[in-house]
Design a protein around this ligand. Structure first.
Ligand SMILES: Cc1cc2nc3c(=O)[nH]c(=O)nc-3n(C[C@H](O)[C@H](O)[C@H](O)COP(=O)(O)OP(=O)(O)OC[C@H]3O[C@@H](n4cnc5c(N)ncnc54)[C@H](O)[C@@H]3O)c2cc1C
Length: 225
């Protein structure tokens, strides 16, 4: 029987941003924080970046911190980062949160967005204060408003599965074996699109290295015998 001699490595990261799940989430001035950061990284002219005067960032991870700090450094007036849980549950480290505060970012914890204000474009967000009750996050019923003309969503990213049909999944990511092989022989994967460790650059680099060794062994084996 003819042996298969080709191998493929998938390292497509997490390309889809989560939505807020609120009515009016598509109003003008509402963007994914990763798109905002991508624009900053790719532009040759920072003065062309679309920036609000009052910016709210929703989320508590690296992306949220990055977007908040960048917005402040680019010249936004009021920048508020709102996170629905406490500092201990944030994905961002204490160091990063402190850095954001030092840059002038207002960090509001235990605050979840419950309504988006504005007709065509966002003019503000209503937040409800939250707390832990029996280990579960609940709203307290107390609300407050923050005006804004730009809202950046940084509430997590998902694997875009559109081009991955036929491959087994594991908790929203590609399922791999110990040698980084997916459920289809000869198709390997690594980085953020698999569960190999934390979603960090260093882990993705390590995945690529380990997967390259596995691909090499797989190719030698499939050609040899
Ligand atoms: C704002 C932000 C800040 C971060 N800060 C840190 C940090 O400080 N330290 C740290 O270690 N990590 C940080 N991370 C995480 C780090 O960026 C990721 O863990 C790492 O980039 C994952 O590498 P990857 O190669 O798996 O995916 P990615 O770097 O996301 O690369 C995937 C590539 O695949 C391409 N692609 C997607 N779909 C397809 C397709 N269908 N066909 C072809 N190409 C496709 C994408 O365009 C992209 O170029 C941060 C992430 C974000 C979003």
């Amino acid at each position: 029987m003819q042996k298969q001699h080709d191998a493929v490595f998938i390292g497509i990261g997490l390309g889809t941003a989560n939505g807020l799940g609120l009515e009016g989430g598509d109003k003008g001035g509402i963007l994914d924080a990763i798109d905002f950061i991508a624009d900053i990284r790719q532009t040759g002219d920072l003065s062309r970046i679309k920036l609000g005067r009052d910016v709210i960032i929703i989320g508590g991870g690296n992306t949220a911190i990055d977007a908040a700090v960048q917005a402040k450094k680019l010249g936004a007036g009021n920048v508020t980062l709102a996170y629905r849980r406490g500092a201990d549950q944030m994905g961002a480290t204490e160091f990063e949160v402190e850095l954001a505060r030092k840059c002038g970012v207002m960090v509001r914890l235990w605050s979840k967005p419950v309504a988006i204000q504005g007709a065509d474009a966002v003019t503000g967000v209503t937040f409800e204060q939250t707390m832990l009750k029996g280990g579960k996050l609940v709203g307290t019923g107390e609300t407050y408003d923050i005006p804004c003309d730009m809202l950046l969503k940084a509430i997590g990213q998902n694997l875009d599965t559109a081009s991955l049909s036929g491959l087994d999944m594991d908790g929203g990511k590609l399922k791999i074996s110990g040698d980084y092989q997916t459920s289809r022989p000869g198709v390997f994967a690594g980085g953020d699109c698999v569960h190999s460790g934390e979603d960090l650059t260093v882990q993705s680099v390590e995945d690529g290295k380990q997967a390259a060794v596995a691909v090499d062994a797989w190719l030698k084996n499939s050609k040899g015998a």
